[in-house]
Design a protein around this ligand. Structure first.
Ligand SMILES: *Cc1c(COP(=O)(O)O)cnc(C)c1O
Length: 426
């Protein structure tokens, strides 16, 4: 075989081998179901479709159209809404569609600050800046790791934004949308909820229900707590046809042409599986996160929002500045095959030296872990970061824990290895 092909195959195989004996705890990742993974390999990934089913610019979409109509129906059922646009190819692209549809250069948007957990796409040097949006950040209650409700309502009344944007990448507690509703109504702003991290929780009846709490539009990734393919989605329950049309035009022709049809088909599988298993999964994800928070705290970690139960989502944030800082600790975890990321915390001034580590329980939950395993996970993390044990030694016990948790749960073919080799040739 060609040397380059052999090299690439070997590296991917080694990655699979590594992840099959690791604890994948990055809060924005998940493992896709075997059926959804199959759809990713289909010929859909070789085709083009632009626009909407029945109104395409290319021929050859007869079955693509059938699938897309069904994926839309599934999404509207799962999220209980009148509009699901399944064409954004990622969460950031869904966000671009909203910028394009609802904001013009110079318009005021209010949003969460980066250091308070927001995503780069709402920053001045990210998509918001590219659109020329005048971005004003909400006040934040660090103790609760959530918006300061009174201050946020005051800010909205004061600056009267065109769009009030919410949602975070360190998303521990529900956004107080209901408490802010009067301010939204008085100022007539549009309410945009970026649910990238928590789509699977929302769909599973956990965390919060933004469309019923005042959000006009939700954008999200489909591969974080929603355990689907890497893709994006845009949702609205608005009855305002003009508004809905603007959003859809924001997606196409605004920011996508072809929308990655293999991922769109795989998303349909994920949505169907979530309708069946999503409630159990989402409830266990949150129980695991709370249990892990408590267990880490008991072993000496400084887990944020201790007085408020650490989290209501899949995610936890820890201050590890006294243990060497986020960069050093996440690297030591990696050497023990515990995969996390360093993260800015609200009081950090340098993004180069973040004092936090962020973790999530969604993927461990998909692998079948429950509260009892969260105790073990916390113990392994403490051996690395607090007792400063040699990471490769801890890695042996990480692999031991993973041995009993290596198949995908909450899907139609449970029991298939999460990191099975996919091999069509040889
Ligand atoms: C992850 C994330 C995104 C971007 O999602 P991609 O699918 O990676 O483009 C947007 N917003 C928030 C809050 C996120 O956490």
């Amino acid at each position: 075989m060609d040397e380059h092909l052999a090299f690439i195959e070997e590296q991917v195989d080694r990655h699979h081998e590594w992840f099959s004996k690791s604890l994948p705890m990055i809060a924005s990742e998940n493992v896709i179901s075997p059926l959804a993974r199959e759809r990713l390999l289909s010929d859909f990934g070789d085709r083009y479709a632009e626009g909407l089913p029945g109104e395409r610019y290319y021929q050859g979409n007869v079955f693509v159209d059938e699938v897309e109509r069904r994926v839309v129906t599934l999404a509207e059922k799962l999220f209980r809404c009148r509009l699901a646009d399944v064409r954004p190819i990622s969460g950031t692209v869904a966000n671009l569609a909203v910028y394009y549809a609802l904001l013009e250069p110079g318009d005021i948007m209010t949003s969460v600050a980066l250091s308070h957990g927001a995503h780069i796409s709402s920053a001045k040097f990210g998509a918001a800046g590219m659109r020329g949006v005048n971005n004003v950040n909400y006040p934040f209650d660090v103790d609760r790791m959530n918006l300061d409700v009174d201050g946020t309502a005051r800010l909205i009344r004061q600056v009267r934004p065109k769009v009030a944007a919410f949602g975070q990448s360190v998303f521990l507690f529900p956004t107080p949308l209901k408490e802010l509703r009067d301010a939204f109504q008085e100022t007539g702003c549009r309410v945009w909820y970026d649910g990238a991290h928590v789509m699977g929780l929302i769909a599973g009846g956990q965390f919060q229900d933004p469309l019923r709490e005042g959000a006009d539009v939700i954008t999200g990734s489909t591969h974080k707590t929603l355990p689907g393919p890497q893709h994006g989605i845009l949702l609205s329950d608005s009855g305002d046809e003009k508004f809905v049309k603007r959003l859809m035009k924001g997606v196409f022709p605004g920011v996508v042409s072809n929308h990655h049809l293999h991922a769109m088909a795989a998303l349909g599988v994920t949505l169907a599986e979530h309708l069946e298993f999503g409630r159990d999964y989402a409830a266990q994800v949150v129980r695991n996160a709370k249990a892990l928070g408590q267990a880490l705290h008991e072993r000496g970690f400084k887990v944020l929002a201790e007085k408020h139960g650490f989290t209501e989502s899949h995610a936890l944030a820890m201050d590890v500045s006294a243990l060497g800082g986020g960069a050093q600790v996440s690297l030591a975890f990696e050497k023990a095959n515990i995969i996390t990321n360093k993260n800015l915390l609200p009081w950090d001034t340098s993004s180069l030296r973040p004092s936090g580590v962020r973790v999530g329980t969604q993927e461990l939950t998909r692998l079948g872990m429950r509260e009892a395993q969260m105790q073990e996970v916390a113990g392994l993390m403490a051996r690395v970061a607090i007792k400063k044990e040699d990471p490769p030694r801890v890695a042996k016990d990480v692999a031991g824990l993973r041995r009993d948790f290596n198949t995908v749960h909450y899907c139609f073919h449970p029991g298939v290895p999460a990191h099975a080799r996919l091999r069509l040739f040889r």
